[in-house]
Write a new protein. Structure first.
Length: 355
């Protein structure tokens, strides 16, 4: 039915797009240097990799080629390599080669020249505290576990319980909110990134654990449990890969169930069976139930099918046999070849109708 198709088509499209977006995860080798402590380079997942690759790495002007010492495995398959801090040198061109041999053929996952200072992802800020500097000014402070604090820039996002969207704040180490409404409560998050003097990373830390400050009693600064909220940064991927496909699949299922139910409801409320009494008025009133008269069928023919009257309609074609006439099937097509009620018996059925 066309309205159903119009509904289903976008739903199917959404599912397909979500699948595509999930499948089109970046190929190649991706390295992230976590808080200057360790680095991981990953090249896929257990789903996307059919073989165990090996990783070799070297610094262009320094060391010889070495193989990865600690492979990261997912269900037994190598998906990445973990480097300890002492293996890492910044401001040196760093290369990796991820290769495997499959059936005598060598395969390689493409990778580019990197500089590790560009791959730093700091750890999220901790120990967020809020205090009021005056009756209407708040100050937010935090500390960062990242060893080179001078290399960081920060972003604050906050909103009051009356706001619907987040406001993004500045890059400095201390953040102050100059006009505070004491009727409201506020929630703050902070995240950090290596600034342009220390590297050219695009990688932000995760958002910190939130801190709340508000009118409703207890929490004048400090942590308030139960205020943990999903930060878009860390959960966007989850929403993207799990939430959208699941929701669109559910939507489709609901649509299909609805359609099936609608069909049933139509059948229940709009029966297509016409009122038979109308057609048979003539038979019962004018001809007093005399079927032969009403139908205008010759008496002998009527007589002949009386014995078979209660049987299923396809047996009606046996009529001529009772009259001693040649049975119509005694020839090329036998009755065994055409089972009772089968549509193949159409011609015989027609001959009855024509009588
Ligand atoms: C990868 O290596 C692990 C451990 O050596 C092995 O158990 C697994 O079967 C290998 N997988 C493939 C796809 O070769
Ligand atoms: C992978 O590359 C390394 C370094 O170039 C090389 O030594 C090794 O033989 C290669 N392995 C395969 C299976 O191609
Ligand atoms: C902080 O706010 C409270 C009332 O909300 C006020 O009593 C206190 O004086 C303020 N502190 C400062 C330093 O202004
Ligand atoms: C955060 O606070 C705890 C407890 O007060 C302290 O032990 C820790 O060192 C602080 N973290 C940073 C990065 O300052």
């Amino acid at each position: 039915m066309p309205p159903a198709a119009a509904f289903l088509a976008p739903a199917i499209l959404i599912v397909l797009l979500a699948r595509l977006a999930a499948a089109a995860s970046p190929t190649g080798v991706e390295c992230v240097l976590f808080n200057e402590e360790y680095m991981t380079c990953t090249w896929g997942t257990a789903e996307t990799l059919s073989t165990n690759y090996s990783l070799y790495y070297w610094y262009e002007n320094r060391s010889p080629v070495a193989e990865c010492k600690h492979y990261v495995r997912e269900r037994g398959v190598r998906v990445g390599c973990r480097f300890a801090g002492r293996e890492l040198v910044q401001f040196q061109p760093f290369r990796v080669r991820v290769n495997a041999s499959v059936g005598g053929q060598s395969r390689e996952i493409p990778s580019e020249r990197m500089e590790l200072q560009d791959l730093v992802k700091p750890e999220a800020p901790v120990n967020l505290t809020v205090r009021n500097l005056s009756s209407n000014e708040l100050e937010l402070r935090w500390s960062s576990p990242y060893p080179k604090a001078w290399c960081l820039e920060h972003a604050v996002k906050y909103k009051s319980n009356k706001d619907t969207s987040w406001t993004l704040g500045v890059k400095r180490e201390i953040f102050s909110l100059p006009s505070v409404d004491h009727e409201k409560s506020y929630t703050f998050y902070v995240r950090s990134k290596v600034n342009s003097y220390c590297g050219s990373t695009r990688l932000w830390s995760e958002w910190s654990v939130p801190v709340a400050w508000g009118s409703d009693g207890t929490g004048k600064g400090g942590h308030r449990s139960g205020w943990l909220r999903c930060a878009p940064g860390e959960h966007w991927l989850w929403i993207h890969t799990v939430f959208i496909p699941v929701i669109s699949s559910l939507l489709m299922l609901v649509l299909i169930v609805l359609l099936v139910r609608m069909e049933r409801v139509w059948v229940i409320f709009m029966p297509r069976i016409p009122n038979p009494s109308k057609n048979f008025d003539e038979l019962f009133i004018t001809h007093k139930g005399n079927f032969q008269e009403w139908a205008g069928v010759p008496k002998d023919v009527v007589e002949s099918f009386k014995p078979n009257y209660s049987e299923s309609i396809c047996h009606v074609s046996e009529v001529p046999a009772k009259e001693g006439a040649e049975p119509p099937w005694e020839g090329s097509e036998g009755p065994a070849a055409a089972p009772a009620g089968a549509p193949e018996r159409g011609p015989q059925h027609n001959s009855y109708v024509a009588v």
